[in-house]
Ligand binder design. Structure first.
Ligand code: SF4
Ligand code: SF4
Length: 662
C-alpha cells in the first residue's frame, strides 16, 4: 500500500510540488526519486567501520575483511545509529540544563522559572532539598544534579525510579540500567569500533542501555527543564499547515528543536516597537510559525502555528513569503541554504554546533537571548520589502494541542483527584481497547503523511486512544485530527470516554524529546493498578510509521527496552540479518517484554498493533474487546433532545423514553 499515487496526501504540499516542478526547483521529493537508496547499505549489510573496508556482505561474501559476520555488521550499524540518536536528544537535554543553571545564577536574565510546581516535583525526584529554599537555589541545584547525571560513571540514573519497580528489576537483571548518559553513548561507540563487541545479541543489549539513557535520562530531563523554564503545556488552540503564513505580514519561521531560541523569538515578535517597525515597512504585523519539533515546542506552550513537518521545510521557502528562517539543531536540510538564495529569504543558523554553507550565522548566546532574537526579527522586517512573487496555499487546519501528562491526569480526575484511574478503568471495561503512541518523522521513501493519517484513523475507529509527538503529531494537526470533532470518527467506547472527560481521541503531547511524556503516562498507568505491574503488561503499542532519523531508532529502542511493542514503517535497516530481526523481536520480547519490528505496510502495522493489544488484554484477564458493547454515544440523547426542541416536539430531558420516542 503506498497512498493515493501522490508524493504527499497534504494538498498544500501537492500544490507547492506542482510549482516546484513547473519552475524547476529541486526538493527532497525530487532528490529521493533521483537518488535510489543503495540496497546493501539500506538493509544494514555494509560496514565501513575501518579502512580495511568498506565491506559489503552480500551474495557469497559472508564475512568482512576482519571476519565480522553479517549479524555483527547489521547489529553494529544499528547500534551506532542509536548512539547518534541518543547523543542528539541528550545533548539537547544538556543545553537545557546549562540554561537552567545560567538562569539560576543570573547569567541568562531572559529565562526564569515559569513552572515552580514542576521545579519542586523534579527537585523531589532528584533528591534536591527544596523546603524553605529560594527558587533560584533550588533551580541551580536541580541543574547541577542533572548535569552530574550526564557525566556519572557508576550507579544508575536517578530517573529510572520513575519506572515501575518490576521494570527496574528487569533492567538490573540484564545489566542494562544506564549508569550515566554520556557514559552509555561513549560505551556504545567504543563497542562498535573494529575489533570489539562482535556478538549481535550483546551489541543490542548495549544499544538498549544507551537508548534507555536517552529515554529515562537526556530526553526526560529535557522535557522537565523545558516545562520548568517555559511552563507545562495545557490545551490551547492554534493552526497548522502552509496556509498559516500571511501574505501581508512579516513571516518568520523557526525550525529545529531546542526551545531556548524559539521561545525568545515568541517574545521578540510581540515587542510593540518591532510591531510598529514592521508597520513602517508596509507589513500589517509579524507572523511567527514553526517547522519540525521547534514548532511543536512553541505550539504546545504558546499556540504558535506550525506550517508543516519535516518534508515541508523547503516548500515553505518556495512560497516566497518567508522573510527569515532561523534554525538551531537537528532535521535541518542543507538544501535550504541554496534554495533560500533563489528567494529573498534570509536563512540564519544560530547554534554554535551548526553551520551551513551559504547561511548567515548569528550565534545564539543565552546571556543576551532576547537581544539576539530581536536582532533577527529586525532582520526579517528589513527584508519584507524585498519579497518577490508570493504564493501561499490556502490549506490550514485548526488544532487543539498541549496535552502534558500533568494535564491528562487533571482532565481525568480534576484538581484534587488528578489520576490515571479513570483511564485504567476505561481500559479494564473495554471502552478503551488500548493505547497507541503514533510518533516520528516523515520520509520521502513513502507517501508523505499517508501512513500517519491512515494508522491514526484506523486505531481510533477501533477504540484505541492515540497519543502523538513530533512530525506525526503535525501530520494529524494538518488534517484536523487533533480536534474534538474527531469524536465523530471514533469507536463508541472511546467516544464515551472523550465525551465524559473532554479529551479528544488523538492527543498531541509535544516534540520528539517529549516521547518521555508517553513513557511517564505508561509508567503511571502500570502503577495505578488493574493493568498489571509493568509497562509490558499494558495493552499498548508504539508506532513510527514514516521514520527516517537516528533519533527515531533511539526512541523506538528505549520504548522496546521499557516493555512496549514498537512498529516502524517505511523499511528495515536490519533486513539483511534474520538473526538480528529475531533477537529484536522474539528475543527482546522474552528478555525485556517489548520488541522492535520493521513492517512496511500500514495495514499490517494496524493489524499487528490490534492483535498485540488484544493479546495483552487477554493476558491481564480482561474481557475480550467487543466493539458493539457500548452502543451509541452518551451524548446522543442530548443531541436528540436539542433536535426535538428545535422541531417543537414535547420531550423531557430526564426521560430517555420520551427522547427516544421523539
Ligand atoms: S570493521 Fe571489519 S567488516 Fe567493517 S569495514 Fe573493517 S574489516 Fe570490514
Ligand atoms: S519527528 Fe523526525 S523529522 Fe520530525 S523533527 Fe523529530 S526527528 Fe526530525
Amino acid at each position: 500500500m503506498s497512498g493515493n499515487g501522490y508524493k504527499s496526501i497534504d494538498p498544500a504540499v501537492q500544490e507547492m510540488l506542482r510549482i516546484a516542478e513547473e519552475e524547476g526547483y529541486e526538493t527532497v521529493f525530487s532528490r529521493a526519486e533521483e537518488i535510489k537508496p543503495c540496497p546493501i547499505g539500506r538493509d544494514g549489510a555494509c560496514c565501513k567501520h575501518c579502512f580495511m573496508g568498506p565491506c559489503r556482505l552480500v551474495g557469497k561474501t559472508t564475512r568482512g575483511v576482519c571476519g565480522a559476520t553479517l549479524d555483527t555488521v547489521v547489529a553494529r550499524n544499528l547500534a551506532r545509529a542509536i548512539a547518534a540518536g541518543a547523543a542528539s536528544h541528550s545533548d539537547h537535554g544538556r543545553d537545557m540544563a546549562l540554561t537552567l543553571l545560567a538562569a539560576a545564577e543570573g547569567e541568562a536574565p531572559d529565562y526564569q522559572v515559569k513552572d515552580l510546581q514542576k521545579l519542586l516535583e523534579v527537585a523531589d525526584i532528584l533528591g534536591v532539598p527544596y523546603r524553605d529554599r529560594d527558587e533560584k537555589e533550588i533551580a541551580r541545584d536541580v541543574a547541577l544534579k542533572i548535569l552530574a547525571e550526564f557525566g556519572q560513571q557508576k550507579g544508575e540514573l536517578t530517573y529510572l525510579k520513575r519506572a515501575p519497580l518490576r521494570r527496574q528489576e528487569i533492567w538490573r537483571k540484564l545489566g542494562i540500567a544506564p549508569r550515566g548518559i554520556d557514559r552509555e553513548v561513549v560505551d556504545l561507540l567504543h563497542r562498535t569500533h573494529i575489533g570489539n563487541d562482535q556478538d549481535a545479541e550483546h551489541l543490542l543489549l548495549g544499544a538498549m542501555r544507551c537508548a534507555l539513557a536517552d529515554g529515562w535520562g537526556g530526553s526526560m530531563f529535557s522535557t522537565d527543564i523545558t516545562d520548568i523554564l517555559f511552563g507545562s503545556p495545557a490545551p490551547l488552540k492554534t493552526r497548522a499547515n502552509l496556509g498559516a503564513l500571511k501574505e501581508d505580514e512579516v513571516n518568520i519561521i523557526v525550525h529545529g528543536h531546542e526551545p531556548l531560541f524559539s521561545e525568545m523569538m515568541v517574545l521578540a515578535v510581540n515587542d510593540p516597537e518591532l510591531i510598529e517597525y514592521a508597520r513602517s515597512k508596509g507589513a500589517k504585523g509579524i507572523n511567527l510559525a514553526g517547522i519540525c519539533c521547534t514548532a511543536n515546542e512553541t505550539l504546545m506552550r504558546q499556540g504558535i502555528p506550525t506550517v508543516g513537518n519535516f518534508l515541508s521545510q523547503e516548500l515553505a521557502l518556495l512560497t516566497g513569503a518567508i522573510d527569515l528562517m532561523a534554525v538551531d539543531v537537528q532535521c535541518i536540510m542543507q538544501a535550504l541554504a541554496p534554495l533560500a538564495e533563489q528567494f529573498h529569504t534570509k536563512f540564519v543558523t544560530t547554534s554554535p554546533k551548526v553551520r551551513i554553507k551559504g547561511a548567515i550565522h548569528v550565534e545564539f548566546d543565552e546571556s543576551r537571548a532576547l537581544e539576539i532574537a530581536k536582532e533577527l526579527v529586525k532582520m526579517a522586517i528589513d527584508n519584507f520589502p524585498n519579497r518577490g512573487k508570493v504564493r501561499i496555499p490556502k490549506h490550514v487546519s485548526e488544532v487543539v494541542a498541549g496535552f502534558s501528562h500533568e494535564y491528562i491526569t487533571y482532565a481525568l480526575g480534576g484538581y484534587y483527584r488528578a489520576s490515571f484511574r479513570p483511564l485504567n478503568d476505561a481500559v479494564i471495561q473495554g471502552r478503551i481497547r488500548g493505547v497507541a503512541g503514533v510518533v516520528g518523522c516523515n520520509n520521502p521513501r513513502s507517501t508523505h503523511d499517508y501512513a500517519h493519517e491512515y494508522i491514526v484513523r484506523e486505531l481510533i475507529k477501533n477504540d484505541v486512544l492515540v497519543v502523538q509527538t513530533g512530525c506525526g503529531a503535525i501530520a494529524s494537526a494538518k488534517y484536523g485530527m487533533l480536534l474534538p470533532e474527531m469524536m465523530e470518527e471514533v469507536g463508541p467506547g472511546l467516544r464515551e470516554i472523550c465525551e465524559a472527560t473532554g479529551l479528544p481521541p488523538v492527543l498531541h503531547m509535544g516534540s520528539c524529546v517529549d516521547n518521555t511524556r508517553i513513557l511517564t503516562v505508561a509508567s503511571q498507568m502500570a502503577t495505578e493498578g488493574g493493568l498489571g505491574e509493568d509497562i509490558a503488561d499494558l495493552p499498548a503499542v508504539g508506532i513510527a510509521p514514516e521514520w527516517m532519523s537516528e533519533k527515531a531508532l533511539a526512541i523506538g529502542t528505549y520504548f522496546a527496552a521499557s516493555g512496549v511493542y514498537v512498529l516502524f514503517g517505511v523499511g528495515s535497516p536490519i533486513k539483511a540479518s534474520e538473526e538480528v530481526q529475531r533477537i529484536m523481536s522474539e528475543g527482546w520480547e522474552r528478555t525485556v517484554g517489548g520488541k522492535l519490528e520493521f513492517v512496511e505496510d500500514p495495514e499490517e502495522i494496524v493489524r499487528r498493533a490490534l492483535e498485540h493489544i488484544d493479546k495483552k488484554r487477554a493476558a491481564l484477564g480482561l474481557e475480550e474487546y467487543n466493539p458493539a458493547k457500548f452502543g451509541k454515544s452518551g451524548d446522543r440523547l442530548m443531541l436528540q433532545f436539542l433536535k426535538a426542541l428545535e422541531e417543537g416536539k414535547e420531550v423531557s430531558l430526564y426521560s430517555a423514553k420520551s427522547l427516544l420516542g421523539a
